[in-house]
Design a protein around this ligand. Structure first.
Ligand code: NDP
Length: 383
């Protein structure tokens, strides 16, 4: 529990109004890059050198969000390596982003990355069931690891990933980009400071209608589940960072309206209720059948919410105190991925604790397993 309090204290540090006057990425001074700690970079860390990031898996997220952020926006790290099952695509990317050919790997040659001092961080952007293997291989190669959400498809895998990074003396962070998004952090701050009194009820919904029926997200071997693992995890996260507590029990129901698209073990929609120690209850929804995009907290004297809550751009927050009119939050836009990656680089360079460690990813994986268990049994599951 004390670890938990520490985590939210740090989260709230970022939620303080003054911190948002400047872009989040600016919070870590570029000067920090000039004073790497001896144990920070696995390769040579020349003064002022940006840490090198290798992307593993050149799919949609890497292409549209992560690579552009590393190319144009990050201050403490840059794109330095590419790992792909498609050599032609990887070579095109190498040309586009000025990555040397010697820093391009396949999944088979990936372990040779250990001999490459240009690469400090491996960012795992693969289907969920591959996260554990590549995180562990990267740690064994002496690299720090940023791994996309969900951390893995089982708690056992999470434990193995945490242990591998610990054994290698390397940092592990999970790609929870909303921990770097000011409107979401403001919800946590308002809840923690009880600005409108104590929060009583949280409603968090995340979903999108999934299209291509052949994609890995609908293949349990690669995804580990359905909408909950992929998008509902944001609702779970929101309930946890708004309440600032860990749930003590969960009840869930699952629904499939399209049995052709959604095979056993791959949920279409899941509704789940979390109960927290203080008595806060969170009603959450996850769906691959429809768009859901709102996190809202109702407190004793009003409410606050973000809607849209989890888009890459354009997240909007607002609050309303009892009897008043809704007031919009006013935060400058932040590139979530640039902020997340620069924060990780700052943690490495300056020996800081990441706010999104493997232990945080593990908590969600454990709760999601309980949500699936409850939906299958029809019973409340204690956590
Ligand atoms: P994509 O399907 O677009 O890309 C995945 C890539 O992984 C592929 O392009 C491929 O890259 C590689 N890959 C290796 N083996 C396989 C395989 N058997 N099947 C499919 N792909 C394979 O997925 P996304 O980029 O959307 O998602 C990747 C990860 O990022 C997921 O864990 C997802 O949850 C997470 N994500 C996070 C988001 C966020 O906001 N934080 C948003 C979207 C996704 P190559 O061809 O180079 O080998």
């Amino acid at each position: 529990m004390s670890e938990r309090r520490g985590f939210f204290k740090e989260l709230l540090g970022w939620g303080a109004a003054a911190a948002w006057a400047a872009p989040v990425v600016g919070a870590a001074s570029p000067a920090a890059a000039q004073t790497p700690s001896p144990s920070s970079a696995p390769g040579k860390s020349a003064p002022g050198r940006k840490l090198g990031v290798a992307l593993v898996g050149l799919g949609s997220l890497s292409e549209h969000q992560i690579a552009p952020a590393l190319f144009q926006k990050t201050k403490l790290c840059k794109l330095a390596g590419l790992v792909s099952g498609h050599p032609d695509k990887a070579m095109q990317w190498a040309k586009r982003y000025g990555v040397p050919e010697k820093n391009v790997y396949s999944y088979q040659t990936f372990d040779q990355i250990k001999n490459n001092p240009d690469i400090d961080i491996v960012y795992v952007v693969l289907p969920n069931s591959m996260h554990a293997e590549y995180t562990i291989r990267a740690a064994k190669a002496g690299k720090h690891v940023l791994c996309e959400k969900p951390m893995a498809i089982s708690v056992k895998e999470c434990d193995q990933m945490i242990a591998a990074c610990k054994a290698a003396g390397r940092k592990l962070a999970i790609g929870y980009r909303l921990h770097f998004e000011p409107n979401n952090l403001e919800l946590a701050r308002l809840a923690r400071e009880k600005t409108l009194g104590a929060v009583k009820v949280i409603e968090a919904s995340a979903g999108f209608p999934i299209d291509d029926p052949t994609q890995w997200r609908l293949d349990k071997k690669l995804s580990g589940g359905g909408s909950l693992m992929d998008i509902g995890i944001y609702a779970l996260q929101a309930a946890r960072y708004i309440s600032g507590e860990e749930p003590t029990s969960v009840s869930a129901q699952m629904s499939i309206t399209d049995p052709v698209k959604f095979k056993p073990g791959v949920d279409e929609s899941v509704l789940f209720t979390l109960k927290f120690p203080s008595g806060i209850v969170a009603n959450c929804a996850s769906s691959y059948g429809t768009g859901l995009n709102r996190f809202r907290a109702s407190a004793q004297r009003g409410w606050f919410e973000v809607q849209p809550a989890l888009n890459y751009e354009g997240i909007k927050g607002r609050m309303r105190s009892e009897g008043g009119t809704p007031k919009d939050f006013d935060f400058p836009p932040v590139d979530h991925f640039a902020a997340e990656m620069d924060d990780f680089a700052d943690c490495i360079l300056n020996g800081k604790q990441t706010r999104v460690p493997g232990e945080e990813g593990r908590r969600d994986v454990r709760i999601m397993a309980a949500i699936y268990e409850s939906a299958a049994s029809g019973k409340r599951v204690a956590l």
